[in-house]
Design a protein around this ligand. Structure first.
Ligand code: FES
Ligand code: MG
Length: 583
């Protein structure tokens, strides 16, 4: 057992790194290491290879996930980076989640992916990990899991898809998917055209090309300091993206050697920077839930009111759909996050550490001076004067609700109207397009039971405009629900009403004909019904909280928290120690 000559060590006392990491089984550490090495050598490794820092790589490639369609090339480049820096790459599969291939919702699976990621980082010996994620839920799941596992970690984004072209008009998923579908529903275009555009909306592998949740989480990951500089914006199929992958591998070896664990990067300051960026990019509302969940894993509790205050002094600078005009590849050509961060500098904690071992401020300096471009506005000439997202409060949402004001209709943001209520998704599907639906453009559509427990929180908050209004040319109407909406969607849409209707939040007791007041200016969401009347309705029809008899769904319904806590599972969250943002 004392043969620890370099290249032939099976002495577990020799090192707690690399392949010897975490040897606890069999009660005989020497034998455990001996076995472990014997098995891995079955794949042809030499002792010399096995004595290097081991860098895990999460392989989230899947035929069901075209947003990760470049995973094989990325893994190859990450491995190159790791080996050039003297490490040993070990890729392994985890769950992969695509928005369109995840029933009942991708949100249902996010926490499962975070648990899968966390436990595989714990179970398998590695000194650092490169997390390859891109599609909406994957990056949050990976950051949640890695935050809990506590290893040194680098996030590698798969990158956005290229834009396509339909009859010379530039198109990209999925703001244009919605725009064309709206035209089809309004009978402005026919079956042939909608079928033709379907082939052009997703022009390559990679994530949605607008500022949806995937792009938002990419920017947030870079703002958190979790990617290499410039890691957010290169499209999936570009040489720049492959170079980012190689650099991510190299950095992973460095942070393994320096033991730069994730808690040194995911600090309060990093989260505040991420919130600034979320507000300034007109980012997806989903990102609030995800950021809350990631922060929660570090014991930081998101203060939505403080976030709203931050929003009042953080203008939207990024001119990307759905709040603006451009696509992710244009953002990349305009310098990507360096251009945005340079403009946001006065609002950022420049001393926050990144995975490079340098601070965010140092990385902004290293990116060099800005240049003329038209995608990132200056603070003096913003695309929207306040942050993209506002937090609403009132008797309809005692725990808060949010609205993406930068993608809402200015006229509807101060609005009082009559509620047209749908009890659940099925009720809405059955009635929304019927010619006798009693609805006008001044009404407020209310959809219940699409919260975390009600329906595992689908992106159904973007309710369609009732067909008869759509044909009459109505493009927007106030909509309120306890669900989410896609980051690629637009409209005057109130989301994440907390507490949700399925657990008896006030939303459960709204009836058609009630009056509701929305004032984004005052941050108000009020149901104009007396407390006595609400109490009467509550007593007359108490809610039955959904449960399940077995499996992951049972775990989900037992443990899932509300939107203001990140929709994480209660048992995955440590005690909260600090409120953020402090600002
Ligand atoms: Fe994967 Fe949009 S569906 S990023
Ligand atoms: Mg989405």
């Amino acid at each position: 057992q004392d043969n620890n000559k370099k290249g032939h060590s099976v002495n577990p006392a020799a090192s707690e790194d690399g392949i010897s990491k975490g040897l606890a089984n069999y009660g005989d550490r020497g034998f455990s290491l001996f076995l472990r090495k014997a098995f891995i050598k079955g794949a042809g490794y030499t002792d010399s290879a096995l004595e290097r820092p081991v860098i895990g790589i999460t392989n989230t490639g899947s035929s069901y996930n075209p947003c990760h369609g470049n995973a094989p090339q990325l893994i190859e480049a990450v491995k190159r980076g790791i080996m050039l820096a003297g490490g040993l790459p070990m890729d392994f599969p985890t769950i992969s989640i695509h928005e369109s291939f995840s029933q009942p919702t991708s949100m249902f699976l996010r926490n499962l992916m975070s648990m899968d990621t966390e436990e595989l980082l714990r179970a398998q010996p590695m000194d650092a990990v490169v997390l390859i994620g891109g599609c909406d839920k994957t990056v949050p799941a990976q950051l949640m899991g890695a935050a809990s596992a506590g290893l040194p970690a680098v996030q590698l984004i798969t990158g956005s898809m290229l834009t396509g072209s339909y009859r010379s008009e530039r198109v990209g998923a999925c703001t244009d998917c919605r725009r064309y579908w709206g035209k089809f529903r309004a009978e402005e275009i026919g079956a042939e055209e909608i079928a033709e555009v379907n082939s052009q909306l997703v022009a390559s592998v990679g994530t949605c090309s607008v500022m949806g949740t995937a792009s938002t989480m990419a920017c947030i990951a870079e703002a958190l300091g979790m990617t290499v500089p410039g890691g957010a914006s290169p499209p999936a199929v570009t040489a720049d993206r492959i170079r980012v992958a190689e650099q991510s591998g190299t950095i992973a070896v460095e942070i393994a050697r320096k033991r730069l664990t994730i808690d040194k990067v995911l600090t309060e300051k990093a989260f505040e920077n991420a919130m600034r960026v979320l507000l300034a990019i007109g980012g997806s509302t989903n990102a609030i839930v995800h950021l809350t969940a990631i922060a929660g894993r570090m014991g930081f509790e998101m203060d939505l009111k403080a976030l709203d205050r931050m929003g009042r002094e953080t203008p939207v600078l990024l001119d990307l759909k759905p709040s603006g005009q451009h696509y992710m590849e244009d953002f990349h050509h305009a310098g990507g996050m360096a251009t945005l961060l340079r403009e946001l500098k006065p609002l950022l904690h420049l001393d926050a550490l990144t995975v490079t071992g340098r601070t965010l401020g140092e990385e902004i300096e290293a990116a060099g001076p800005g240049f003329k471009q038209d995608v990132v506005r200056t603070a003096k000439n913003p695309i929207y004067p306040q942050g993209g997202i506002a937090v609403l409060q009132g008797n309809l949402a005692p725990g808060g609700a949010i609205i993406k004001q930068s993608a809402a209709h200015p006229k509807l943001m101060e609005h009082e109207g009559r509620a047209v209520v749908f009890e659940n998704l099925e009720d809405m599907a059955n009635r929304i397009d019927t010619p006798d639906l009693d609805v006008t453009a001044d009404d407020i559509l209310v959809l219940k039971h699409i919260g975390p427990k009600g329906a595992t929180m689908p992106e159904a908050g973007y309710m369609p405009i009732p067909k008869k209004l759509a044909i009459a040319g109505v493009k927007d109407i106030v909509r309120i629900s306890d669900g989410r909406m896609s980051g690629t969607a637009f409209g005057t849409i109130v989301l994440h009403v907390t507490p949700e209707s399925a657990i008896g939040g006030p939303l459960a007791y709204v009836q058609s004909g009630d009056r509701i007041r929305l004032s984004v200016e005052k941050r108000e969401l009020s149901l104009l019904v007396s407390d006595e009347e609400l109490a009467r309705r509550r007593a007359a029809k108490p809610v039955v909280v959904p449960t399940a008899s077995r499996g992951y769904r049972k775990l989900f319904l037992q443990s899932v928290t509300q939107a203001d806590q990140g929709v994480d599972f209660d048992f995955l969250m440590p005690p909260m120690t600090t409120k953020i943002p402090k600002t």
